[in-house]
Design a binder for this molecule. Structure first.
Ligand SMILES: *Cc1c(COP(=O)(O)O)cnc(C)c1O
Length: 388
């Protein structure tokens, strides 16, 4: 197999030479002519059965060649048989859950999680019985109707690491879903560690430029079939323009992730010595639970971190209002540095007591460090933290 960066540059582009193109053609067709009737009926049946390929696309909700190219590229990066792209990360997670419904109703979930995933499971909207457990309780909590184990590592917003291999061993026959959005396939490939599904909000690093909302699930061909059926039936398809943008950004994924990580390592060191900062939550500092997984499960600590400010809510508010270069915004994984307040924004729907249990305080800010010049970033931190 070719190296990661070679796959990132060339993946999903195998048909370009034959087409005589150098950039992915954006196919906006909603329907496709059926030149041969028998081939058309066979293709219709193939999409309906959840197949990944057929001679005729038939209809845009069944298949789109521009979307299929980026799916193939991402599958190649995760070492997966298949990748299925959706209109958002939440659409991907919803489809994954629905594709498991026939196997049972009980889902084991390890917190903390991206708040919308947490909410989707906790509010019972999809009819699943979600049970929140510690990673070390999984083996004891598996039931005959347990259909999925859900983990996120690094987890949002505290960057807690969960030991994927240990969870897979504890889950036994029950498939494990890893939301690997914070890690990207550059730093972590959960399928190689035994996970059944890897999920990304492609809105984040895979897109990387803050201009696309998308989600993907990578898995085996067997697990992909029901997922494609759910997508075809419920229609949360990724738009081909969005697929084009993600595909366009993939060649620089490795460069972006490595540069952002180098910046984050430096920023985390400096923040941990800043008098206004009580604690830095960053797997690269070696001070957190499971930070030994950096270098084994994850090849590096990534570029997400959280800081707890000594001055609590007032200090967090002051920093959010004073940043000049960093962008005060939710989301992450873009080329620019984003800073947000979990308690007031992304995680506000979760009860304060639950947040407190995971160390998510009113003085916490989450940073997604970008690829800017690190000294310019630090100058922005210094001025925003001054006087606290
Ligand atoms: C953003 C995000 C999601 C949801 O993805 P959307 O594209 O916003 O729907 C899920 N998990 C994690 C870890 C995320 O950061």
């Amino acid at each position: 197999m070719k190296g990661f960066d070679t796959r990132a540059v060339h993946g999903g582009r195998e048909d370009f030479k034959a087409m005589g193109v150098h950039a992915s053609p954006i196919d906006l067709s909603s329907t496709y002519p059926i030149p041969d009737f028998d081939e058309g009926t066979r293709s219709f049946a193939a999409w309906g059965a959840g197949e990944g390929e057929a001679p005729n696309s038939i209809y845009g909700r069944f298949h789109n060649p521009t979307v299929a190219r980026v799916e193939n590229a991402i599958a190649g990066l995760e070492g997966a048989d298949a990748c299925i792209a959706f209109a958002s990360g939440m659409a991907a997670i919803t489809a994954l859950l629905l594709s498991r419904r026939a196997h049972g109703n009980h889902v084991l979930v390890v917190r903390p999680l991206y708040a919308a995933t947490d909410g989707l499971l906790a509010n019972g909207l999809l009819g699943f019985d979600a049970e929140y457990v510690g990673a070390d309780e999984i083996a004891a909590k598996i039931r005959p109707d347990t259909t999925l184990v859900v983990i996120e590592t690094p987890a949002n917003p505290t960057c807690d690491l969960v030991d994927i291999r240990a969870v897979v061993a504890a889950a036994g026959k029950v498939p494990v879903m890893v939301d690997s959005t914070f890690a990207t396939p550059v730093l972590q490939r959960p399928l190689e560690l035994g996970a059944a599904y890897v999920v990304h909000s492609a809105t984040k690093f895979l897109g990387g430029h803050g201009d696309v909302i998308a989600g993907v699930v990578c898995c085996s061909e067997e697990l992909a079939k029901p997922l494609r059926k759910v997508r075809m039936s419920t229609g949360a398809n990724l738009h081909p323009l969005a697929a084009f943008l993600i595909h366009r950004g993939l060649p620089t994924l490795g460069l972006r992730v490595e540069r952002a990580q180098a910046n984050a390592i430096e920023i985390a060191k400096r923040l941990s010595q800043h008098p206004a900062v009580a604690k830095v939550f960053y797997p690269g500092l070696g001070t957190m639970n499971n930070s030994h997984l950096v270098g084994t499960q994850m090849s590096g600590p990534g570029s997400l971190m959280a800081i707890d400010l000594k001055g609590g809510h007032a200090a967090a508010s002051k920093v959010m209002n004073s940043v000049k270069l960093m962008v005060p915004a939710v989301s992450l994984g873009a080329v620019d540095t984003l800073i947000q307040h979990p308690a007031g924004l992304t995680h506000r729907s979760i009860p304060v007591e639950t947040l407190g249990k995971y160390g998510i305080t009113a003085g916490m800010l989450r940073l997604s460090v970008g690829i800017e010049n690190v000294e310019d970033l630090w100058a922005d931190f210094e001025q925003a933290l001054s006087g606290l």
